[in-house]
Design a protein around this ligand. Structure first.
Ligand code: PAF
Length: 295
C-alpha cells in the first residue's frame, strides 16, 4: 500500500492509474478505522481496481466544545487495517495541506444542512461539505463510498455532487453493527462500560419502529410517543432527537402508511453523542434511491 501526505505525488500516482483505464474507488475517513470503515474499503475494492482511503480529522466539522482535540488518531493501526483490507493507497493530508494560509471557501447546503444533525451542530455540515468537495477534487475517484450510519451526511454529499456537477458516483454502504446491535462508530470507544451496555437502546428503538411500520397500520403520534418512551426507559440515554422524516427531504412525514420513512436518532450517553438510523417502507411502498446513490 502506498502512503501520500501531499497532493502532488498522489495526483501523479492516480493519473497513471486512470491512464491505464482503471477505476478508482475512494473511502474518505477521519481515521480510527473499525469494521464499518473496512466494509466500505472492501466494497470499494470489489467494485473498483484501485482504492484510496483518506484519513483527515477535519477541524472544520467540529463545533466549539466538541471532541476535535481528543478524537482518536491511531494512525499506524489505521495503516495496517487499510492495507489488510486491500486498500492500494492512503492519503494523509496535514491541516496545512488541506487548508493552506488564505483558505476561505465554504461549501454550504443551507436546507438539508440545517435539519436534524445540523440543528444540533451548527456549521458541522458546511465543514463536511467543504472537506468532501476538496477530497473529491483531489482524488477524482469514479466512486466514493459512505456509510448509511451518517445518512444525512450522505444525502448532503449527494446534493453537493449534483449541484456542483461533481462526477463521482456516491455509494451508500449499509451500517455495520456489533453483535448487540450497536452501530459501529469511532466514538463508541468513549463510552464507559455502563454507557456501552445502555447504548444498544438505539438499535432496539429502530427495530421496534421498523416492525411497527412493516405491520402496515402504524399511527404516527402513537409510534412517536412509544419511541420516546423506549429511549426514556434507559436512564443513561438522553435524546437530542427522535425523528421520523422523509428520506429525501428530511422533513417530518405526515403518516406511516403511505411513504417511506427515515427514522433518525441522536442520543447522548454522558459525554458521548451517538447517532443511528433506519430506512423503512410500509407494505407496498418501495424505498427511494436518491439519484446516484447505490444501496
Ligand atoms: O464520515 C466521516 O468520517 C467524515 O465526516 C468525512 C466524510 C470523512 C469528512 O470528514
Amino acid at each position: 500500500m502506498r502512503t501520500f501526505q501531499q497532493l502532488s505525488p498522489l495526483r501523479t500516482y492516480l493519473r497513471g492509474i486512470r491512464e491505464e483505464g482503471k477505476m478508482v474507488g475512494f473511502v474518505p475517513t477521519m481515521g480510527a478505522l473499525h469494521e464499518g470503515h473496512l466494509s466500505l474499503v472492501r466494497r470499494a475494492k470489489a467494485d473498483c481496481d484501485v482504492v484510496v482511503v483518506s484519513v483527515f480529522v477535519n477541524p472544520k466539522q467540529f463545533g466549539v466544545g466538541e471532541d476535535f482535540e481528543v478524537y482518536p488518531r491511531p494512525l499506524a493501526r489505521d495503516q495496517q487495517l487499510a492495507s489488510e483490507a486491500q486498500a492500494d493507497a492512503m492519503f494523509l493530508p496535514t491541516v496545512e495541506e488541506m487548508y493552506p494560509a488564505g483558505f476561505q471557501t465554504v461549501v454550504d447546503v443551507p436546507g438539508l444542512g440545517s435539519l436534524l444533525e445540523g440543528a444540533h451542530r451548527p456549521g458541522h455540515f458546511a465543514g463536511v461539505a467543504t472537506v468532501v468537495t476538496k477530497l473529491l477534487n483531489m482524488v477524482q475517484p469514479h466512486r466514493a463510498y459512505f456509510g448509511q450510519k451518517d445518512y444525512q451526511q450522505l444525502l448532503l454529499i449527494e446534493r453537493v455532487a449534483r449541484d456542483l456537477n461533481q462526477t463521482a458516483d456516491i455509494v451508500m454502504v449499509p451500517t455495520l453493527r456489533e453483535a448487540d446491535g450497536l452501530a459501529m462508530s469511532s466514538r463508541n470507544v468513549y463510552l464507559t462500560p455502563e454507557e456501552r451496555q445502555a447504548a444498544p437502546v438505539l438499535s432496539r428503538v429502530l427495530k421496534y419502529a421498523e416492525a411497527q411500520i412493516h405491520a402496515g397500520d402504524a399511527d404516527l403520534p402513537t409510534l412517536t410517543a412509544e419511541l420516546a418512551a423506549l429511549v426514556a426507559a434507559e436512564p443513561l440515554a438522553k435524546p437530542d432527537y427522535i425523528a421520523l422524516v422523509d428520506p429525501e427531504t428530511l422533513e417530518p412525514v405526515l403518516n406511516l402508511t403511505e411513504t417511506p420513512v427515515l427514522i433518525a436518532l441522536a442520543v447522548r450517553f454522558g459525554k458521548t453523542r451517538l447517532i443511528d438510523n433506519a430506512l423503512v417502507a410500509p407494505p407496498g411502498i418501495t424505498l427511494p434511491r436518491t439519484r446516484g446513490v447505490k444501496m
